[in-house]
Design a protein around this ligand. Structure first.
Ligand SMILES: Nc1ncnc2c1ncn2[C@@H]1O[C@H](COP(=O)(O)OP(=O)(O)O)[C@@H](O)[C@H]1O
Length: 227
């Protein structure tokens, strides 16, 4: 846990909130929903997840923050340290898109427009993922990219206990550089970031230095990673 504490301390601004604060944590970050689609024939918008005593399970954490803030990077590192699955709803959406299932056309339209997928669809995808993990004996999780609306937060809070919510923040210009620096390696499929952040402190705020997250040498040498 010392490593976890160190990692969290290195984050530019991290605030910890108890689960009771979940809804208020992003009351100011509500994003308009995409138009709702009739998904009733595919999905039941219900999150089924057994509520367990914290001593009988691993951590159940939630990472919040804008795109580019580093949720995925920090969450996946912590998951490796803690031995819990890193569940990113963006990955679930991408997997569904790649599966050419009945929803993939609808999803690609929504995602390509930069809109949020409906709560019903996202909850169904998450529910399926949690059930599959349960069946494999997974315990605990770090959720990344969920909840993203008040309704999602209320549903999550209604079905399970969240031990910790981490709301990551970064200055807007850094977020922009991080989003523009995103790359996916066509060799290994990994996510990387070529942005090298070195910003001076201003108005009493500290400077920010963030090294790029580059692919391994054998992928780099082919200079073959792109959006
Ligand atoms: N909790 C969520 N609620 C609604 N839509 C979501 C949610 N999580 C992911 N998505 C959809 O998946 C897309 C990709 O998500 P993500 O990988 O988190 O990317 P980004 O952080 O760039 O938005 C989002 O743009 C959105 O359409």
């Amino acid at each position: 846990m010392a490593a976890v504490a160190r990692l969290l301390k290195r984050t530019s601004t991290v605030s910890y909130m108890a689960s009771r604060c979940l809804s208020s944590a992003f009351a100011s970050e509500i994003t308009p929903q995409s138009p709702s689609y009739d998904t009733s024939s595919f999905f039941h918008p219900k999150l089924d997840f057994p509520r367990k005593d914290p001593k009988d399970r691993n951590v159940q954490w939630v990472f919040l923050g804008c795109p580019g803030v580093g949720k995925g990077t920090y969450a996946s590192r912590l998951c490796n340290l803690l031995g819990v699955p890193h569940i990113a709803t963006g990955d679930l959406v991408r997997e569904e898109l790649a599966s050419s299932g009945p929803l993939s056309e609808q999803l690609s339209e929504i995602v390509n427009q930069g809109k949020l997928v409906s709560d019903e669809i996202i909850i169904s995808l998450l529910s399926k993922r949690l059930a599959a993990g349960e069946a494999k004996g997974e315990s605990g999780f770090i959720l990344d990219g969920f909840p993203r609306t008040i309704k999602q937060a209320e549903i999550l809070e209604g079905v399970t206990d969240i031990d910790l919510v981490v709301n990551l923040k970064l200055r807007e210009e850094v977020l922009l550089e991080k989003c523009l620096g995103r790359r996916i390696c066509s060799q290994c499929g990994g996510n990387f970031n070529v942005a090298s952040i070195n910003m001076k402190g201003e108005n009493g705020n500290p400077g920010i230095i963030m090294a790029p997250l580059l692919p391994p040498a054998h992928c780099m040498s082919k200079a073959d990673y792109s959006f």
